[in-house]
Design a binder for this molecule. Structure first.
Ligand SMILES: [Zn+2]
Length: 109
């Protein structure tokens, strides 16, 4: 089962937000869960938060019996970051917020 940090690493890769080392004109290197990968720069994904979370959500739901990614990891409606809804954050109507954003919401009232 992936922990939150590992899931965030995957989420960031899908959004094109991982740290990459440029090796040459076209080749880049990046690290996921301490494994190194090499690819063409043009092959790196650049999904929106929503697209990247759809992939995470599919991995949560389609592989729920394998418990690949826990289903309580959610995307924050405000900042777009992943968080563990069992440990932090909260919901307002249909919106789900991470710990940081949920507190800010309350302070605005
Ligand atoms: Zn947030």
């Amino acid at each position: 089962m992936l922990n939150l940090e590992q899931t965030k690493e995957l989420y960031d890769l899908l959004r094109g937000e991982s740290e990459v080392n440029i090796k040459s004109n076209k080749e880049v290197e990046f690290e996921i869960n301490k494994s190194k990968f090499y690819t063409k720069k043009s092959h790196l994904p650049r999904m929106t938060d929503e697209q990247a979370f759809l992939v995470i959500y599919i991995l949560q739901e389609a592989y729920r019996f394998e418990e690949f990614i826990p289903d309580h990891y959610e995307i924050c409606s405000q900042c777009g970051e992943l968080y563990d809804s069992e440990l932090e954050g909260g919901t307002t109507g249909d919106e789900m917020y991470c710990g940081d954003c949920y507190t800010e919401e309350e302070n605005e009232d």
